[in-house]
Design a protein around this ligand. Sequence first.
Ligand code: LLP
Length: 424
Amino acid sequence: MSANDVVGNGRFQYQQNQLYCENIPLADLAEKFGTPLYVYSRAAIVENAHAFLAQAPAGALVCYAVKANGNPAILRLLAETGLGADVTSGGELFLALHAGFAPEKIIYSGVGKMPHEINAALDAHIRALHVESAMELELITEIASQRQQIVSIGARVNPDIHVETHPYISTGARQHKFGVSPETAVALIHTAAQHPWLKPVGVAAHIGSQIQDIAPFTASADFLVGLADELASSGIQLAYVDIGGGLGVQYASDNWEVQSEKIEKWVTAVAEPVRTAGYGLVMEPGRSIIAAAGVLLTQVVYTKSQDAKQFAIVDAGMNDLLRPTLYSAHHEILPVKVRRTSEVRRTLTYDIVGPICETGDFLAKERPFPPLAPQDLLAVFHAGAYGFAMSSNYNGRLRPAEVLVDGATAHLIRQRQTYENLLV
Ligand code: LLP
């Protein structure tokens, strides 16, 4: 693969031998804001969000999964575009409300909701809490009764659907901690229906993340519709079926696709059984909206060869982008500038590694590159989702800055941390 073969992806494309984000050379952003730097394309984010909205049936709710990327400016943009939010903690609820998501478009899923988090959700009057255990329902019941406030409840069901993805992010099989069994879900909804302060409104499932095949999602949708129909036959009419998130992206560049088209196909497929059965549809996409809309820009600090191995040591590490280390995830990495055509021929094989004191600190292993030298800039693709969101201060490193590009304008949407931040 060469920079000639790969012209780029989405809003990150080569023009005259250098990579741009929309109309700005990435090299200019590195110079202005420093590296490591997360760079996002506003157009890509909006395009992906619109793809969900365009195919969603009337009355459907697209709840962006805040965990994928909780940058306040990005959340604001998605709220303005008309999306709702799926939150998983009091912190994410705070971010979603702060960004202006309408409370009636916020749903809260998560296996370990704490009393203060449940109270915050009730204070905000969000759309629904998705319950993941009988004990959680008991606590919500107690809090709702004390407050004398009617609380909308969904049951998160574990449909026992096995999917092809990394085991750490497969969530919908029996042995996983998420959701409850279908029988328990039916029982919980019945309990809720009988309680004066609880209102059952939906059933939800999230079968996993980074799933490329559509079939498990339609199977999950069929399953949820079946469950809602069963409840309807016993007199409980639910308003919606929530299919969760999980649509994958193509990380490897051999088959890069138009993300918005992929989204449209997915929505059409999962909406069909839900719409036909007369339920509202809720979706919780994270990665599919934001992954391809972001890159992590990093600079080569040193190169060295050891035995037959070539290392490029860069200024981004596993604290900035954990996915390669944690999931052996493949992220395409392309040189920001290609100076000569001969450079495009990728003659050397490098491990791209960070400065952190762990052998697991790598961004890529055994990848072909043109000869790399200090100060060369590299762009790590598909870093928009679960990139900054999973970053840390490990090894006393500062969290990177984030920039949102809109045409020819770059907005700094998060400042790089300073050493003082390490003290608080
Ligand atoms: N809804 C629920 C209840 C979830 O748990 C998740 C993700 C989503 C929606 C959004 O899923 P998405 O559309 O982004 O696949 N850190 C991992 C991904 C963990 C996903 C956790 N849950 C990674 O970097 O691949």
